[in-house]
Write a protein that binds this ligand. Structure first.
Ligand SMILES: Cc1ncc(C[n+]2csc(CCOP(=O)(O)OP(=O)(O)O)c2C)c(N)n1
Ligand SMILES: [Mg+2]
Length: 337
């Protein structure tokens, strides 16, 4: 492994560090498996992998409490796993099976979990941003101290509705953290070709929303930023922006050969900035884990992912009649059993 940046000493326990390793590895291996199943024709439609970006969601989730909410774009498998959704249900949704979170009718971009406060999964770029502010509005209205994480990409950050949302969120002091997952590309367009500034986190300034830049390849830096942003929101100070700089190793989606960047660029990131390798090094060099301990974790994760793939293959296709269910909300809530 090539030399990488140093980070300050971890200010978390060995157990927490191991948990981040486990959580990031679960996302990595899950996504690799999803890529394989896609290649085998078992997953169809759109499928956007999160490989490379794992430290973003794991670091942010590490500081949350029960009741906090999350909403994101189509690159959503990592967010679901990090908030505790069942890998079997996520994988089975990818293969379009009955055991999936949307009974096999939603696919990669359309899964939800009320229990884990995960509100999707949205295919329209930027659409989840005003919805995220709406979720935060509900919590403010109810008078609790929950916070909503509203994730979107560097490309989405150029959308008009983002700024309408910034305005209202600031005006109403909504408890929302806008997380800009800056993976430096919007489909095939590099940030410098599409975006007027390389400091997207400053774009809340005209609305009075503080923002900061975070190293998204360092789970500890992300967790620290999450704690600060959460404290700001829970204290009733309104929204906060975190621009989390990261990188996706794979193409935009499974159908993208990623010809707009060089292999060397990707390789360099993998070798010098990989977020999982980073925590592995901290664990070993700090004497918190041995190679054998990490091997045992790798095996544990592999088993979970293999089980999810088996479940996703064995779960039946949705019955034909299911085509006509879950479409219109024609039942008043009190009529539902
Ligand atoms: C309103 C809208 N315009 C265009 C698209 C096509 N599209 C899908 S993803 C994407 C790029 C978004 O990039 P970014 O926000 O950086 O997110 P990333 O894919 O990098 O996570 C585009 C243009 C879309 N889905 N919705
Ligand atoms: Mg992007």
């Amino acid at each position: 492994m090539a030399a990488r940046r140093t980070t300050k000493k971890p200010n978390v326990s060995a157990d927490e560090l191991k948990q981040y390793y486990r959580d990031m590895l679960l996302i990595r291996r899950f996504e690799e498996k999803a890529g394989q199943l896609y290649g085998m024709g078992l997953i169809g439609g759109f499928c956007h992998l999160y490989i490379g970006q794992e430290a973003v969601v794991v670091g942010l989730e590490a500081a949350t409490k029960e009741g906090d909410k999350r909403i994101t774009s189509y690159r959503d498998h990592g967010h679901m796993l990090a908030c505790g959704m069942d890998p079997n249900g996520v994988m089975a949704e990818l293969t379009g099976r009955e055991g999936g979170y949307s009974k096999g009718k939603g696919g990669s971009m359309h899964m939800f979990s009320k229990e884990k406060h995960f509100y999707g999964g949205h295919g329209i770029v930027g659409a989840q941003v005003p919805l995220g502010a709406g979720l935060a509005f509900a919590d403010k209205y109810l008078g609790n101290d929950n916070v909503t994480f509203t994730y979107f990409g560097d490309g989405a950050a150029n959308q008009g509705q983002v700024y309408e949302t910034f305005n209202m969120a600031s005006l109403w002091k909504l408890p929302v953290i806008f997380v800009i997952e800056n993976n430096q590309y919007a489909m095939g367009t590099a940030q410098k070709r599409s975006t007027s500034t390389d400091e997207i986190f400053t774009r809340g300034a005209p609305f009075g929303i503080p923002g900061e830049l975070v190293d998204g390849m360092d789970v500890l830096a992300v967790k620290e930023a999450s704690e600060k942003a959460l404290a700001h929101c829970r204290a009733g100070n309104g929204p906060y922006i975190l621009e989390v700089k990261t990188y996706r190793y794979r193409g935009h989606s499974m159908s993208d050969p990623a010809k707009y960047r060089t292999r060397e660029e990707v390789q360099k990131m993998r070798e010098e900035k990989d977020p999982i390798e980073h925590v592995r090094e901290l664990l070993i060099s700090g004497g918190h884990a041995t190679e054998d301990d990490l091997k045992a974790i790798d095996k544990e994760i592999k088993d979970i992912v293999n089980e999810s793939a088996d479940f996703a293959k064995e779960s039946p296709e949705p019955a034909l009649e299911e085509l006509w269910t879950d479409i219109y909300a024609d039942v008043a809530p009190q009529d539902e059993a």
